[in-house]
Design a protein around this ligand. Structure first.
Ligand SMILES: [Zn+2]
Length: 324
């Protein structure tokens, strides 16, 4: 299946989920009324009240009286709701039992977030990736395992193959020993196309395959999580704290994320610092050299990235394997 076909099928699933949310809400309402018949009467009263007020307001030319009418209706509405909640509590039901409950409160099970142009919610992206993994149409990540790692793709010249084998062995030991690793963090450095992302994915696959929880992000997605956290207009969003808390975090392509004032440096420092303080494991791949890391992120962040007491550096050098 193509990505577009997966998106279409998944959107249909989300529509079914919303219908399901509504059926469950209706079921809870019926249960509540069966246990507390007064709830049915109160809901009817509320509906009549709202409709009656609308009619009366339409026929009322005086603005002050219209306002008073609206206030009166609101106050009575609050009384009714409080009474309904009390009846629900008496029946042992939750206070929000009569409201719609969503599997994902962020997108309310629509799969979309934000104003036009809306984008897919994270829950949707995650399910999409799962679907693509399941039918094998997601090339890359799944196939990049230590079993499939072949150092012979690297030329022997200048010791490139030997270095790649060493890097592979180090990463594999790390993934097999996790969380009791020799060094808590790995920093894979070197130019593009030398196998860093491949080994990062191998570590991710091995560690999650052993049943541990890990998150693998590109630096760009990490930055997105920082930005959303910083803007703070979505109280349900906890993507950034998830990055702080996951036992193993793998960041690919550090250095390609946007450098935005008050966000990139501050949040990256917080992320690294919190993870170090909590003794959590972090693996980072970057095309930047240590001096370039210092220049881009400053001493404070760089000292955490390059701290040799907790971090093993793995250097990649040689010819771009993609061009061979
Ligand atoms: Zn969602």
């Amino acid at each position: 299946m193509t990505r577009a076909e997966h998106v279409k099928a998944l959107l249909a699933e989300y529509a079914e989920q919303r219908a399901q949310d509504e059926r469950e809400q209706q079921q809870r309402l019926e249960d509540a009324v069966a246990r507390q018949p007064e709830i049915g009467r109160l809901r009817q009263e509320n509906a009549d009240l709202v409709l009656g007020t609308m009619r009366r307001m339409l026929g009322e030319p005086d603005l002050a009286r219209r306002k008073a009418l609206a206030e009166e209706t609101k106050a009575r509405g609050r009384e009714i709701n409080a009474r309904i909640r009390a009846l629900l509590a008496e029946a042992g039901m939750a206070g929000d039992a009569l409201e719609l409950r969503y599997r994902c409160p962020v997108c309310k099970d629509t799969g979309y977030v934000g104003e036009a142009p809306a984008r897919f919610c994270e829950c949707f992206e995650m399910r999409l990736r799962l679907r693509q993994h399941e039918d094998g149409s997601m090339a890359g990540v799944d196939e990049q395992s230590f079993e499939r790692f072949d150092a012979n793709v690297a030329p022997e010249a200048d010791g490139q193959r030997d270095r790649l084998v060493k890097a592979r062995n180090l990463c594999q030991r790390y993934a097999d020993a996790f969380p009791d690793t020799e060094y808590r963090n790995l920093l894979l450095t070197g130019e593009g196309g030398l196998g860093k992302t491949f080994l990062l994915n191998c570590i991710f696959g091995r560690v999650t395959g052993r049943g541990f929880s890990a998150v693998r992000v590109t630096a760009f997605r990490m930055f997105e999580a920082m930005r959303r956290q910083h803007v703070g207009n979505d109280e349900n969003y906890d993507g950034f704290s998830a990055l702080i808390e996951v036992p193993l975090l793998l960041i690919d392509d550090l250095g390609t994320e946007p450098m935005m004032r008050n966000i990139t440096l501050e949040y990256l420092f917080t992320l690294l610092n919190e993870r170090i303080a909590a003794k959590r494991h972090t693996v980072i791949a970057t095309n930047l050299t240590p001096p370039q890391l210092k220049e881009r992120y400053g001493e404070r962040v760089a000292s955490r990235l390059l701290d040799r007491s907790i971090c093993a550096p793995v250097q990649f050098k040689g010819k771009d394997l993609r061009s061979l």
